[in-house]
Design a protein around this ligand. Structure first.
Ligand SMILES: C[S@@+](CC[C@H](N)C(=O)[O-])C[C@H]1O[C@@H](n2cnc3c(N)ncnc32)[C@H](O)[C@@H]1O
Length: 282
């Protein structure tokens, strides 16, 4: 879940930076502006300013380049992302606990699609659906018999997701399960369900419980993979300053996973970090 890095106000519809790269790009752009305006001190010199500009361009260019080099999103995903941007998150029913920056987006959606193709997943579990972007992306990658079970606790965003999913080609493959995800997981286990790919993207304090439930309730199929979002949490787990509660939760989760003999994992520095986990204890 994204948390404000500063009190800067962003115009309606404009996403604020919520990933380590985007935050670093914003800070470098500020430094360049200050240096150009001469407010950082007079002795900096043109060479120093040129190096600072190069750092800004290196960092600021990564995300747009990833977007350009990645297969474009489908018209349905574009429409869902546009609709999500147009919602009034500041004063509407989601105000205070939901925001447009929660949506994973184009490049991460395409990575999830690629993982579904690579693993030949048929049954997918999503923990934290929001307005349905990643659920729809994964549904688009599934074959005709594939299914995404999407867990969500908030009726307001689930309503938006249902609307967008029913207007899309692949949305019929998503089945929305309302309620606290841990309860939904327990019900799925009682029904003997198993999943080839699990995407965890809900409350950060719940991550450890979700991974444990998936492993202990035997919800993962033998070659299944668990993908956990926001494991870089804006850089907070490795920065030497006070983290937010989300930063602390993710740092603790990352430590737990790193020391868990049941699994093998890799943290991919895409967007706000995506950890890929597989079982190695059976
Ligand atoms: C970061 S958003 C998910 C974004 C979505 N995966 C996407 O890519 O667009 C997190 C979502 O998790 C939901 N959530 C939070 N706690 C939950 C819980 N205990 N059970 C189910 N969903 C939960 C929130 O309501 C929110 O919609």
């Amino acid at each position: 879940m994204a948390v404000p890095a500063r009190s800067t106000a962003y115009a309606a519809g404009a996403a604020r930076p919520v990933t380590p790269v985007a935050i670093a790009a914003r800070e470098l752009a500020r430094l360049v502006q200050q240096a150009e305006a001469g407010s950082v001190g007079s002795g900096l010199g043109q060479e120093w300013l040129a190096q600072l500009r190069e750092c800004r361009d290196l960092v600021a260019g990564i995300d747009p380049y990833l977007e350009r080099c990645t297969t474009p999103e489908s018209p349905d995903l574009q429409a869902l992302a546009r609709h999500t941007r147009e919602v009034d998150w500041a004063t509407g029913p989601g105000a205070g606990h939901l925001e447009q920056e929660m949506l994973s987006g184009h490049v991460e959606g395409q990575l999830l699609k690629m993982l579904i193709h690579l693993t030949r997943a048929q049954r997918v579990l999503e923990i934290g659906m929001f307005t349905g972007y990643s659920a729809l992306a994964m549904a688009e990658a599934l074959g005709p018999d594939g299914r995404v079970v999407a867990c969500e606790i908030d009726e307001y965003v689930a309503g938006i997701a249902r609307e967008c999913l029913s207007a899309s080609q692949a949305g019929h493959k998503v089945s929305v399960r309302m309620g606290p995800a841990l309860e939904t997981l327990a019900q799925a286990a009682r029904a003997g369900e198993r999943f080839d790919l699990v995407f965890v993207d809900a409350d950060k304090g719940g991550y450890s419980g979700y991974l444990n439930a998936v492993l202990e309730l035997d919800l993962l199929s033998p070659h299944g993979v668990v993908c956990v979002d926001n494991t870089l949490m804006q850089g907070q787990p490795y920065l030497d300053r006070s983290p937010t509660p989300n930063g602390e939760d993710i740092a603790a989760f990352n430590r737990e996973v790193a020391g868990d003999p049941r699994v093998e994992q890799v943290l991919v520095p895409l967007r706000d970090g995506l950890t890929l986990i597989r079982r190695v204890d059976r």
